[in-house]
Design a protein around this ligand. Structure first.
Ligand code: ADP
Ligand code: MG
Length: 700
């Protein structure tokens, strides 16, 4: 049972003012965990990634182009677009005692602008200033207030990661409303430890991050952020340790199998397993056959062939008359795994099915009852597999494709659907070796270190955006020779509307040349529409798929041999690497064109160069980490710990050993978490939704 003090946080997001049925889906998409509706807590833990600093109040003579400034000016004159030039902007001429500034509005509305800027009055305007025709100008100021209202202009405004269609201002107001509802929580950390680190209380830390008093407050190294990250890591370590002691108490079962299904399966594969795939299969097979429970991590870069390894292991369990499940974090990924698995499983006589949130009504009932009756051997799905009415006849093996999202509790939830379930966690996140054990706990590890044979290296090139016409020509040649092309448009988090427009514009531009052979996929589409777009690309009906990164380009299309990424400089390296992993999967050479908008800084250049020169996910991750220290701000969201919301590998990894030791100490002194601090720790576990761990605790 969740302590009632947390109720306001676990209320649906619609409990907040201003979030009704229209906006709810957007908040769900941005914040919903594993497809479930967003709650207040999800917003509270959704931290800004940067701040806009409006504290600089220069005179116009001091303003520097390209820099955000907040200036006080007097309105001189309105200049509507000249007749017949509807595309020209509306200009408002202003000055202060040191210079002139022209405010520029494209598609400006006369009534609104004349009301906003009465001639002769003074206004404080804030925005980015640029030079145009020798004139200082500011296009679409972010903020305009009268001098009397100066106090209403916030000095620092948090900027949050957004989703298509959700306005920053709305999210800011919602976050402020959510913070206002923070309940008073008991302190769960050791007072001396807090004092030593000068860490604030949990709720103060949250307030600091959402309403920073200085940009430094939003640094992952700030006391506020470190405090929160530590709490999260601590909760994770508590949960892991509870799980471990629980699993140690419960013996495993042997799933020996007789090899018949595995033989058929391996014969049906149109390729030979790599040496490291064979090694991983052998490791897992031995674990399944042993009478202890398996907790193993299967690590391997995108495309290394993890799914096939998992499938062979599943076959062994099925030979033993039992069932296996594979869970993926998103529907697209679940579908991809299922398509890989179903293709080979059928040939081996394995009965498999897919169960996600989209299987409904009769279809779903049929799958659920077949699972319970043992008429299905393998089920692949999303979090939909956790639902209470999903029961197995005899689940013996759970595979969890972690892909950054699941935490311990979800692995447990799946494991609790069977008896002594063996657990395999798959991850493509290259976690530095030193951290694997601490982060994942006592897990055994198998690594896929080589790419499947026959894969050709991807020719990666960096190309300035100005050469777009040549890129389009090259794409034309590739398409003419039968290639399939992913065209990825970036997500600029400040303005997701604009992003979608950018992808739509790009698709429109490409359609003028390639007509109906151009498909478009983005986060605003319904699940079935996304599937349809992916399916026509996979079938070759469309040859160019324009995508925003809101969608994971997650489906395996071996014929796709070209990827164009626009504004590659805006992406995290890990994300680019993951994206690029979608090509180079077949037996034809592949090309990845990273289009960047120059001029690039030294770090940005170095980052793209790493990607150009390497296809090794581990190396890329390490170099990325190294360069991050040099002031890169973009792409930080990709660097989270898998399964964690606030803790970041590079900034907070060093806190892990302390979290592990303190968690062990807390449990050693109070194994049932029954003391006053123990009860506070239960609140912490619930807050970070390590609820399955609490359940184990109650079971004793
Ligand atoms: P991962 O899950 O590690 O990203 P997958 O298991 O999805 O990789 O494999 C990617 C693709 O490579 C799939 O189409 C799969 O059938 C294929 N594949 C897997 N192993 C091999 C192999 N040894 N040789 C050739 N192709 C392989
Ligand atoms: Mg896979």
């Amino acid at each position: 049972m969740r302590p009632s003090v947390l109720d306001p946080l676990f209320a649906p997001i619609t409990a907040l003012p201003g979030i009704g049925p229209r906006l709810r889906p957007l908040y769900d998409r941005l914040l919903g965990r594993d497809g479930s509706p967003a709650r207040v807590v999800d917003l509270v833990l959704h931290l800004p990634h940067t701040v806009i600093d409006r504290r600089w109040r220069p005179k116009l003579a001091e303003v520097r182009p390209g820099v955000l400034a907040t200036v006080e000016v007097t309105v001189d004159q309105h200049r509507p677009p000249p007749p017949g030039r509807a595309k020209a902007p509306w200009r408002v001429h202003t000055h202060d005692d040191t210079g002139d500034l022209s405010l520029v509005y494209f598609k400006g509305d006369k009534t609104r602008l004349e009301r906003l800027y009465p001639v002769g009055e003074r206004r404080i305007v804030s925005g980015t200033v640029e030079m145009y025709d020798g004139m200082l100008q500011m296009a679409h100021p972010d903020r305009v207030v009268s001098v009397e209202d100066a106090a209403s202009l916030p000095a620092l405004e948090p900027v949050y990661p957004l989703t298509e269609g959700l306005a920053l201002g709305h999210l800011r107001r919602a976050a402020a409303a959510a913070l206002a509802r923070l309940p008073a929580l008991p302190e769960w950390q050791d007072a001396a430890h807090l004092a030593r680190n000068r860490w604030p209380p949990f709720t103060d830390a949250l307030r600091t991050l959402h309403a920073p008093a200085a940009p430094e407050d939003l640094d992952p190294e700030s006391p506020a952020w470190r405090r929160l990250a530590y709490d999260e890591l601590f909760a994770g370590q508590l949960a892991l340790q509870l799980l471990r002691s629980h699993m140690r108490r419960e013996p495993g079962r042997r799933s020996l199998g007789d090899g018949r299904v595995r033989d058929r399966l391996i014969k049906a594969l149109p390729f030979v397993l790599t040496a490291s795939q064979q090694q991983a299969v052998a490791d897992i097979s031995a674990d399944l056959a042993a009478d202890t429970r398996m907790i193993r991590l299967l690590q391997g870069d995108v495309g290394a062939g993890k799914t096939v390894v998992a499938l062979i292991a599943m076959a062994q369990v099925v030979e033993s008359g039992r069932q296996a499940a594979l869970m993926a974090p998103t529907e697209i990924l679940a579908r991809q795994h299922f398509s890989t698995i179903a293709r080979f499983a059928e040939a081996a006589g394995l009965r498999s099915a897919l169960l996600t949130g989209r299987e409904k009504g009769r279809t779903r009932e049929a799958i659920v009852s077949a699972l319970a009756a043992g008429e299905l051997d393998i089920v692949v799905g999303t979090h939909a597999l956790f639902q209470d009415d999903v029961a197995f006849k005899d689940l013996a093996f759970a595979v969890v494709d972690e892909q950054h999202r699941f935490g311990v509790h979800q692995r447990l939830a799946l494991a609790s659907k069977g008896e002594a379930v063996d657990l395999l966690v798959m991850t493509a996140t290259p976690i530095p070796r030193t951290l694997v054990l601490t982060y994942f706990g006592d897990m055994d590890i198998s690594s896929l270190t080589e790419k499947p044979a026959g894969r050709l290296p991807i020719d990666t090139r960096t190309v300035p955006l100005e050469r777009l016409p040549e890129v389009v020509d090259a794409v034309g040649r590739a398409v003419a020779s039968g290639a399939r092309v992913y065209w990825v448009c970036p997500l600029v988090e400040e303005s997701s509307e604009v992003d979608l427009a950018a992808a739509e514009d790009r698709a429109a531009l490409l359609r003028t040349r390639f007509g109906t052979r151009v498909g478009l996929i983005h986060g605003r589409l319904k699940g079935s529409e996304k599937d349809a777009a992916m399916a026509s690309f996979a079938a070759g009906d469309t040859a160019i798929l324009v995508a925003t990164t809101v969608i994971e380009v997650g489906v395996d299309v071996p014929e796709a041999t070209v990827m164009v990424v626009e504004h590659a400089e805006r992406f995290g390296l890990a994300q680019l690497h993951q994206l690029r992993g979608r090509i180079g999967r077949g037996d034809k050479p592949s090309t990845c064109l990273l289009l960047y908008k120059g001029p690039l800084g030294e770090t940005a250049k170095a980052r793209l160069a790493i990607l150009r020169d390497s296809e090794d996910g581990f190396r890329i991750a390490e170099e990325d980490l190294r360069l991050r220290g040099e002031g890169d701000v973009l792409g930080t969201r990709q660097s989270g710990f898998p399964g964690f919301r606030l803790a970041r590998l590079e900034s907070h990894g060093a806190l892990l050993p302390a979290a592990r030791d303190e968690a062990a100490a807390a449990l050693a002194g109070d194994p049932a978490l029954a003391s006053e601090r123990g009860r506070a720790l239960r609140v912490l576990l619930h807050l970070f939704e390590r609820t399955e761990a609490v359940r184990l605790l109650q079971a004793g």
